[in-house]
Design a protein around this ligand. Structure first.
Ligand SMILES: [Zn+2]
Ligand SMILES: [Zn+2]
Length: 284
């Protein structure tokens, strides 16, 4: 299978998963122009996307949804609560309402919904499977519930939220309300919490861990790397950043490589600054 984080961070999320025959997106939280640019960088044809799965209605997960699904006539799968939350009125023939724990088949891909805790109307994560390989996308986790633990245990490829550094959040400029929202069980999980549940639940079959949905204000790639680097024996570790898409990874290849990769390696500070302006952090 092939997979990439096209965008990842509190300002925009979009994940691509394909088995060569069929391809889906999980979330589309940057605008269509930038999705297309980044897909172009990875050699992905937007017409090859068979479906878009939406985890919840926050802007950083749906910003590009309306334009992209209409332009390419791509069906979307979304819970009733999330759809209501988006306040979008998309063409009826493209909208498929699912339950948070529904299993959907898109061609030869199986996509399992995984209910989660987050301050949205009816949020869920997704596990995409094909040929015995499970790719889990777990972001916006208010807390580490049993569903999250099970998904980590089942994952061959794991895209896991590592949202904030506890010290940066607590000592930073966010208001008390915002600090409480992020860390209070309905927002996001910290680097420490992500590492703890990962070490507790990961399976020996795990090939690749990609840390995702980093906060721009309360985290850095360096802190995340430092937190996880000592624990990456036997699998590949990557950190997805907001500035650039990751590589397009292949499940057959990642098992043979090791070390840390990050998606901003070839990007200058200029484009980073531009990304901050284009995608200001709103509701995560
Ligand atoms: Zn988010
Ligand atoms: Zn969210």
């Amino acid at each position: 299978m092939k997979y990439a984080a096209i965008a990842s961070g509190s300002n925009g999320n979009c994940y691509y998963i394909s088995n060569g025959d069929d391809a889906v997106l999980v979330d589309i939280g940057i605008n269509t122009k930038h999705v297309l640019l980044r897909m172009g960088n990875l050699g992905i044809d937007p017409c090859s996307i068979k479906a878009i799965f939406i985890t919840h209605e926050h802007t950083d997960h749906i910003r590009g949804l309306s334009v992209f699904c209409k332009r390419f006539q791509i069906p979307i799968y979304i819970t009733a609560g999330s759809y209501r939350g988006t306040r979008l009125h998309l063409p009826e023939h493209l909208v498929n309402i699912i339950t948070p724990d529904q299993l959907v088949e898109v061609g030869s891909l199986r996509i399992q919904g995984i209910p989660k805790t987050h301050d949205a109307h009816e949020p869920c994560s997704f596990m995409v499977s094909s040929g015995g390989i499970n790719i889990a996308v777990l972001t916006d986790l208010g807390c580490v519930c049993e569903n999250v633990k099970q998904a980590i245990a089942d994952a061959d490829i794991l895209m896991l939220e590592s949202n904030y550094d506890e010290d940066l959040l607590m000592n930073g400029r966010y208001s008390y309300y915002l600090k409480s929202r992020i860390s209070g069980g309905l927002g996001h999980i910290s680097n420490k919490a992500a590492l703890k549940v990962f070490l507790e639940c990961r399976s020996v079959k795990l090939r690749h861990l990609i840390l995702t949905h980093l906060s721009g204000e309360n985290n850095t790639v360096e802190i995340v790397e430092r937190t996880f680097a000592a624990h990456c024996d036997g699998f590949r570790l990557s950190v997805a950043t907001r500035y650039k898409e990751t590589a397009l990874f292949h499940t057959e290849e990642v098992v043979y490589t090791s070390g840390i990769t990050r998606s901003s390696e070839s990007v200058s500070m200029n484009s980073g600054t531009q990304a901050e302006i284009l995608f200001p952090e709103v509701r995560e």
